[in-house]
Write a protein that binds this ligand. Structure first.
Ligand SMILES: [Zn+2]
Length: 443
């Protein structure tokens, strides 16, 4: 039996730990899904391995951890653009979802999203959508790694009658995947405006008992904050604190319209923040003060949000946007620098999932969740600064290779576990159905 299953020989190695370093002349050896050695090139070329893969002009780095998505909503990409959040939700998204959401919709949307995610470098996804058991099957088949936070809302949906039924179905799913090595299941209470205080308290109690992750949309817009104050006298973040839902297992998604006290509250409870810059910009929602949060020691990860409000699932695009709006917002070119953006998409994502021992960097013992980006394009020349090139000059098409737990999912630019022709046919079918329905919404 060879010493290693696979040895990768990239031109550049960006391990993320040690921090802010680009290495050359090194190779990465994988065995049984884990990184087992980082070797000087000469030694690595002679190593006894099942397979050697040369990656000329490529940078090898840990795969991106996309901390917020609604994968199945890929079928609604471009469906209702250029309208504000509440119009977008109330006039278009919610009526369409209540008409169409089904196992087929979620299967086709999830498969389309996963293909898109893999081709742009995501190797771990945190997703929240109805029929998470169907998304789990898509994730399982595709080889991706995921945290699926099952939706908890009080109103009836195609998936569940009420909040109690959401929780029962979600916990059954959590049980089903208890021993799965790539799929984890947590709680996804939608927001403080879609879930009652009683349900949020119950989620807090159960999540603590089960040591499960919680992901919630929070402070997405200034209006959300104002409405909450009018309704309960509390800002959403304070409401969450009051029901006991704010802690180191909590991932707060969006987090715009934050005052100094809100930031202190997040820091005190050790909660994580998930920044979705393109979705926030597109919906005109507000901007998360990322650098301020980081300076206060808060862990900030990155997410794309669903394709209906982005319209891409491309983490390189989020890195670039996070960095650019961070500078603009702080009036400081040093804010959210290129390496910080890369750390948010790798190390910080791993911490938010409680998987910092397994993911987020190329270190011996960690899972071989890796991507190789082809930097031969003219936009990457000359290569004065690789981090800058990845964050500011990437088109999103650079990712040519992807592995999760050592298994190749994208090889030389080709998907290995999903079929493009099949995905395109299924997207075409939904395009017709959804397009006809939208016409009725607008008439
Ligand atoms: Zn969302």
């Amino acid at each position: 039996m060879p010493d290693f299953d696979t040895v990768l020989h990239p031109e550049f190695l960006i391990p993320m730990v040690p921090r802010r370093e680009v290495m050359t002349g090194h190779s990465v050896a994988i065995r049984e899904g884990r990184i087992t050695a980082i070797l000087p090139r000469q030694e690595a070329q002679d190593a006894d391995a099942g397979e050697h893969i040369d990656l000329p002009q490529c940078a090898l780095m840990p795969g991106f951890i996309n901390l917020h998505c609604h994968a199945a909503m890929s079928l609604l990409r471009g469906y209702a653009d250029d309208v504000p959040l509440m119009t977008w939700l109330q006039r278009y998204i919610w009526p369409t979802e209540s008409h169409f959401i089904s196992e087929d919709f979620v299967r086709d949307g999830s498969d389309l999203a996963i293909a898109d995610l893999l081709m742009s470098g995501t190797t771990t996804l945190a997703d929240q959508y109805f029929f998470p058991e169907i998304t789990a099957e898509s994730v399982d088949r595709s080889g991706l790694r995921a945290l699926l936070t099952f939706p908890v809302i009080d109103v009836e949906t195609a998936w569940a009658r009420d909040a109690e039924s959401c929780i029962n179905r979600g916990l059954a799913l959590r049980d089903q995947y208890r021993d799965h090595d790539r799929i984890d299941v947590g709680f996804g209470p939608h927001s403080t405006y879609m879930v009652s205080e009683k349900t949020l308290s119950r989620v807090a109690m159960l999540a603590e008992e089960l040591d499960a992750s919680i992901q919630i949309h929070l402070h997405e817009t200034r209006e959300e904050v104002l409405t909450s104050v009018e309704r309960s006298g509390l800002r959403p973040i304070d409401f969450l604190e009051q029901v006991g839902l704010l802690g180191p297992r909590t991932q707060c998604v969006h987090m715009t319209a934050l005052g100094e006290q809100d930031i202190e509250t997040v820091a005190t409870h050790g909660a994580h923040v998930v920044h979705c810059p393109r979705s926030n910009l597109k919906l005109g929602s507000g901007i998360c003060p990322v650098q301020k949060l980081l300076d206060r020691g808060i862990n900030v990860a990155l997410g794309t949000d669903g394709a209906a409000s982005n319209n891409r699932l491309n983490m390189l695009g989020e890195l670039q946007t996070a960095s650019l709006i961070g500078k603009s917002q702080h009036g400081d070119a040093k804010a959210v620098d290129a390496w910080t953006a890369l750390e948010m998409a790798t190390l910080h994502g791993a911490s938010a999932l409680g998987l910092e021992e397994q993911l987020g960097s190329i270190e011996v013992g960690k899972s071989a969740d890796l991507i190789a980006l082809d930097l031969s394009g003219l936009q990457h020349l000359p290569r004065h600064n690789l981090a800058s090139s990845l964050v500011y000059a990437s088109s999103g098409n650079e990712v040519k290779w992807s592995w999760v737990a050592g298994k190749p999912l994208v090889t030389a630019g080709k998907l290995q576990t999903l079929d493009y022709t099949d995905l395109a046919a299924r997207a075409g079918h939904w395009s017709e159905q959804l397009g006809a329905f939208r016409t009725t919404l607008e008439s």
